[in-house]
Ligand binder design. Structure first.
Ligand SMILES: Nc1ncnc2c1ncn2[C@@H]1O[C@H](COP(=O)(O)OP(=O)(O)OP(=O)(O)O)[C@@H](O)[C@H]1O
Length: 250
């Protein structure tokens, strides 16, 4: 279970997170939405140790994460994807997975390991449906397949909690559908937090949604509850009206 209490992040006097409380039970697939600048990426940065909060606590599996280094948090079972790709194009799909899998292991276990692929790599390959592409170089993958490989690389590290930043951005309709199914499957035995803007995707695949706005949790609930909430409509529609007004200027 992940538990954030009264988390504050301040950049040069600007409150990027302003008293965030968030509880994500084990095995939940939680979506995080909010307009640009709401603090979504900052929230992920705080959980993964990239940004140190000015106040509050972040607890995961009963341990306080604040003050731990990024690699220590990875070892505790917290994995994230970045908006920029970490795939090595000249390596094959399976080599990329294998490299990711060894990242978290201590040296002695690597020295003892026999040649051949590990169980974690095999499971990541099967789960992401990339078996037929295992020996192809990652450079030939489609955008969607590459995103699945990145999720697979995370899975190969055996995290308990996965933090995914806009995993369906730029995907085709079919790829989005497959990704929705994949995330639901992964949440069978992991806790998953997904930052996503695509409302159609949320309607199809989201169970619980947390809306961030100006560094605070605005609303939390099912996608229907959240999208019917006047505060959420104001944050999104208010922005759209403002953008339309700017767009319509002569
Ligand atoms: N390192 C930093 N230094 C100064 N300000 C920052 C820094 N990182 C983020 N911010 C500011 O904090 C606020 C929250 O940023 P954040 O990237 O978390 O928003 P977001 O919800 O992820 O937005 P987006 O949807 O655009 O990615 C923004 O106003 C941003 O400009």
């Amino acid at each position: 279970m992940l538990e954030l209490r009264d988390v504050q992040v301040v950049f040069d006097g600007f409150r990027a997170l302003d008293g965030v409380n968030l509880t994500v039970p084990e095995g939940e697939l939680r979506f995080l939405i909010g307009p640009n600048g709401a603090g979504k990426t900052t929230l992920i940065d705080v959980i993964t140790g990239l940004t140190k909060p000015a106040g509050g606590s972040v607890r995961f599996g009963g341990l306080d994460l604040v003050g731990r280094k990024e690699h220590q948090i990875v070892r505790l079972g917290v994995g994230r994807t970045f908006q920029t790709s970490v795939v090595f194009e000249e390596l094959t799909v399976i080599e990329n997975l294998d490299l990711a899998a060894t990242f978290r292991q201590p040296l002695w276990s690597l020295a003892r390991r026999r040649r051949g692929i590990s169980e974690a790599v095999e499971q990541a390959l099967t789960r992401t449906g990339l078996e037929d592409l295992a020996e192809r170089s990652a450079g030939v993958l489609s955008h969607g397949q590459r995103q699945w490989l990145e999720i697979g690389m995370l899975l190969a590290q055996r995290p308990k909690l996965l933090l995914l930043d806009e995993p369906v951005a730029g995907m085709s309709k079919d790829e989005r559908e497959r990704t929705g199914e994949l995330l639901t499957e992964i949440a069978d035995d992991h806790t998953v937090i997904v930052v996503e803007h695509d409302m159609e995707f949320l309607r199809r695949h989201a169970s619980t949604v947390t809306v961030l706005h100006e560094g605070k949790v605005l609303v939390e609930g099912s996608i229907d509850q959240v999208s019917a909430d006047p505060r959420v409509q104001e944050v999104y529609l208010g922005r759209r009206k403002a953008e339309d007004a700017v767009g319509n200027r002569p």
